[in-house]
Design a protein around this ligand. Structure first.
Ligand code: SAH
Length: 216
């Protein structure tokens, strides 16, 4: 028998996302196209296509694929959007965003993670993502505003400074709650006047910490 199609691990990966309720075809395709095995630690290669978070350098994590797909779906990305991510980590979520938007700027507070993520994204020829060493609590003013913002580290609360970076009609998705977890994934939409907030699901993320990391 000749077998065609993606390897079994990746087929189960797609099926799992659909079964858990991810229905946006563009999101599912992006999840299929980005090779998660390129973003995990060498020791975790065998687990790359499992639906679990995994440890990466600097004591951080690459998020669970279902959570990546769910947050991406909630962002309602359009091809013309300019997107900000806070918490590059492995660069995996940034790669997914890059497939579905015009430009992605991803901020990370660990130099080591910035360098690793940049190299991976370059290898995959995702040229519309920029990874920057910066503190997501203190976003450089010259970076401007964004159609979509995704935060992939837990914030105890959302700051006005961050929400003000949303364009009118813009959407932010972020885990909000205590650093020890669990947190609530919230979606904030910038309305004509003020902001509309919706609580989505319970999640567990590593904390968003202030400042550039002093360790590499
Ligand atoms: N999106 C990542 C997973 C992120 S884990 C992925 O797809 O792999 C959360 C990341 O947020 C960690 O790498 C952590 O260092 C980073 N982080 C935490 N606080 C931050 C801050 N204030 N500014 C920028 N990055 C931050």
């Amino acid at each position: 028998m000749i077998s065609v199609g993606p390897p079994p691990d990746q087929m189960m990966f797609q099926l799992g996302l659909r079964r858990r309720g991810i229905s946006n075809q563009l999101v599912l395709r992006a999840m299929e196209e980005v090779p998660r095995d390129r973003f995990v630690a060498a020791a975790d290669l065998a687990h790359a296509w499992r639906d679990t978070a995994l440890g990466i350098a600097c004591g951080q994590t690459i998020s669970q694929p279902f959570v990546v797909a769910y947050m991406t779906e909630q962002l309602q990305l359009k091809p013309g959007h300019r997107v900000l991510e806070i918490g590059t980590g492995s660069g995996y979520q940034a790669a997914i965003l890059a497939k579905l938007s015009r430009d992605v700027l991803s901020l990370e507070r660990y130099r080591t993670l910035v360098d690793l993520a940049r190299a991976r994204l370059e290898q995959l020829e995702l040229h519309n993502v920029e990874v920057m060493l910066a503190d997501g609590y203190d976003i450089p003013a010259n970076l401007g505003s964004f159609d979509r913002i995704i935060v992939t580290a837990a914030m105890e609360q959302l700051t006005d400074a961050l929400l003000e970076r949303l364009e009118p009609g813009g959407v932010l998705v972020a885990p909000v709650g205590p650093h020890s977890g669990p947190q609530t994934l919230v979606r904030v939409t910038r309305a004509t006047e003020g902001f509309d907030r919706k609580d989505l699901v319970e999640v567990r993320f590593v904390p968003a910490l202030k400042g550039i990391a002093r360790e590499l």
